[in-house]
Design a protein around this ligand. Structure first.
Ligand code: 1QQ
Length: 390
């Protein structure tokens, strides 16, 4: 009798030890992963995301964090390629024990790294993954970055308002980048839907620096509008070479050119490029007014789209964590269980962000109302700004 009792309790001890080894408490401060490009050419885009995310960390922690429990952002450089994004995600999930991840910077990277988080049941919010198909990667993948299908057509409609005589269009895109391929698809459909003609379709690589072939084709096609889908360094060089070789018509840049970090590349020749926006500093939401005020005070300029979207990504995590914490104190959750609950809560909530009021559909696609178009105005070779068009 006594021996049996002893056996049972030994088994119980074993079971408890085993469950302790697997159960993992949520750390304090609560770690939220941020895997964006801090190095490589993609850092031209990622730098603004780091600023936006840091800004949200400071601002939201100063307002109580997660109902009194602070959170911290854990950064892992996802650079500009797929492997770096995969490594960053793996580190955050298995070594840093994050509750979720804001990242990566590029859709091209999301298609490689997001499935890893999805299999590990770790919620991901894409801060700038706008290609078709990103939220459909898995149940744990959502995005705060509105898709190209919704954002990009606005640039063409605005170009037509600025110059109603546009008929012939050159379309150029980076064929080695998933976002650029997706965006050019939307641009080409919109061009046709507006009754315009794609007179030449030119491809390049995001690693290209010489665009003589493509620019020559554009000049030969005698177009009124050139539409570029690429990233910041290649896109900036292409814009520069279009102008240097004598192209005079309007230029639309896609989301990959949507940063003042492109100004050092095309300098004065960036002037006039039209870019659709998923964010405006004049967004009237209370959340944005506070964001803009504090951002201006710190950086002496208006916040750019990529900063606002990264801010929104962190904010969604924090507000969803607050809701989960109200059900059961954050520090008492098992990490695996919390990640699952957090994912459900993200999809269930509504968030009053600098992008305006956003929510998600059941696939994790962002539901957002307001979109804009801006035009680059260069003051001199180095300084310029995005002027929002009515
Ligand atoms: C994507 C993008 C990039 C241009 C954002 C930095 O929209 O890869 O989806």
């Amino acid at each position: 009798m006594n021996r049996t009792k002893l056996k049972v309790s030994a088994a119980a001890v074993l079971a408890i030890t085993a469950s302790l080894a697997f159960a993992q408490k949520v750390e304090s401060p609560v770690p939220i992963g941020v895997a964006v490009a801090q190095t490589s050419n993609t850092a031209l885009l990622g730098q603004e995301q780091v600023i936006g995310a840091r800004f949200a960390e400071k601002f939201l922690n100063a307002r109580g964090g997660i109902n009194g429990t602070p959170f911290k952002l854990v950064f892992q450089d996802a650079a500009g390629d797929e492997n770096s994004a995969i490594n960053a995600f793996q580190n955050l999930i298995t070594k840093e024990n994050v509750v979720g991840i804001v990242g990566p910077t590029l859709s091209q990277q999301a298609f490689a790294a997001d499935p890893i988080a999805d299999r590990a049941k770790v919620p991901v919010l894409g801060p700038s993954n706008t290609a078709k198909g990103v939220p459909q990667i898995g149940n744990y993948i959502a995005r705060v970055s509105a898709p190209v299908a919704v954002v990009a057509p606005n640039a063409i409609r605005t170009a037509l308002r600025l110059d109603p005589k546009i008929k012939k269009v050159a379309v150029l895109y980076a064929q080695n980048d998933a976002f650029s391929v997706s965006e050019t698809g939307t641009f080409q459909e919109t061009v046709k839907a507006q009754g315009l003609t794609v007179s030449t379709l030119q491809k390049f690589q995001t690693t290209d620096t010489d665009f003589t072939t493509q620019v020559t084709a554009v000049l030969n096609a005698d177009v009124d509008l050139a539409i570029v889908s690429g990233l910041a360094a290649d896109g900036g060089n292409l814009v520069k070479q279009l102008r240097q070789l004598g192209y005079k018509g309007l230029i639309i840049g896609g989301n990959g050119l949507n940063t003042s970090n492109m100004f050092p590349v095309c300098q004065k020749l960036c002037d006039g490029v039209i870019i659709a926006q998923a964010y405006s500093p004049s967004q009237p939401s209370a959340a944005n007014q506070v964001f803009v005020k504090e951002y201006r005070a710190q950086y002496k300029k208006d916040p750019p789209q990529f900063a606002a979207q990264a801010y929104a990504g962190v904010q969604v995590f924090v507000e969803a964590l607050r809701a989960v914490d109200r059900k059961k104190k954050i520090g008492t959750w098992d990490l695996g269980d919390l990640r699952v609950e957090l994912n459900k809560q993200i999809l269930a909530g509504k968030y009053n962000t600098p992008l305006g009021l956003i929510s998600f559909d059941k696939e994790g696609e962002v539901v957002q109302k307001d979109f804009y178009v801006a035009q680059i105005k260069m003051k001199d070779a180095k300084t310029g700004s995005f002027v929002f068009l009515k």
